[in-house]
Design a protein around this ligand. Sequence first.
Ligand code: HEM
Length: 167
Amino acid sequence: MPTAPAASLYEVVLAIHIIAVVVAFGVTFAYPIMFAVAARQDPRGLPLLHRIEYTIERMLVNPGLLLVVIAGVYLASKGHYWSDFFVQWGLGAVVVIGALVGSVMIPTSKRAEQIATRDLAAGGGGETRVELSDEYRALVRRLTRVGTLLSVLVLVTIFFMATHTGA
Ligand code: HEM
């Protein structure tokens, strides 16, 4: 029976690159559903969701992004892709993603956690129907806008990576 040839190191690193993309960004596409369900069903869960959001960004998105870059650098060097558009786009994308996660997403979700906690305490704490402040809504709008931009950027980057043609 013929045996399949062993995967090359390049293929293994490519698999690591793709796994890191899934681990870093997969869950982020589910955030809008989580927040919509919490806001409708029980807003008391919102502070915890914001805490989960920024903890995921610290523990999964940032390290995942680092692994994407390390594996990407190996692939670009080994495959002689440095002058290709898709690699330059990828480098730009990781810089923008890293900067927006660190300077907007993490601090804004921390602030949203604090303000939601304050609003819920002011509203009595026991009810499932509570009035959240304009300040909280403005923070959520920023998280939604920047989060959507990041999701689109990830999808466009995957498109450029997957459709590139030879060196
Ligand atoms: C958010 C950032 C990134 C995402 C989402 C991403 C995604 C992907 C995906 C899904 C593939 C597999 C494509 C396929 O096999 O058809 C891939 C391949 C690749 N990526 Fe990335 N990537 C990112 C960043 C980078 C960076 C920063 C570099 C270089 C420094 C890079 C270099 C490469 C290379 C060289 C390949 C292999 C192309 C091939 O062998 O055909 N990527 N990337």
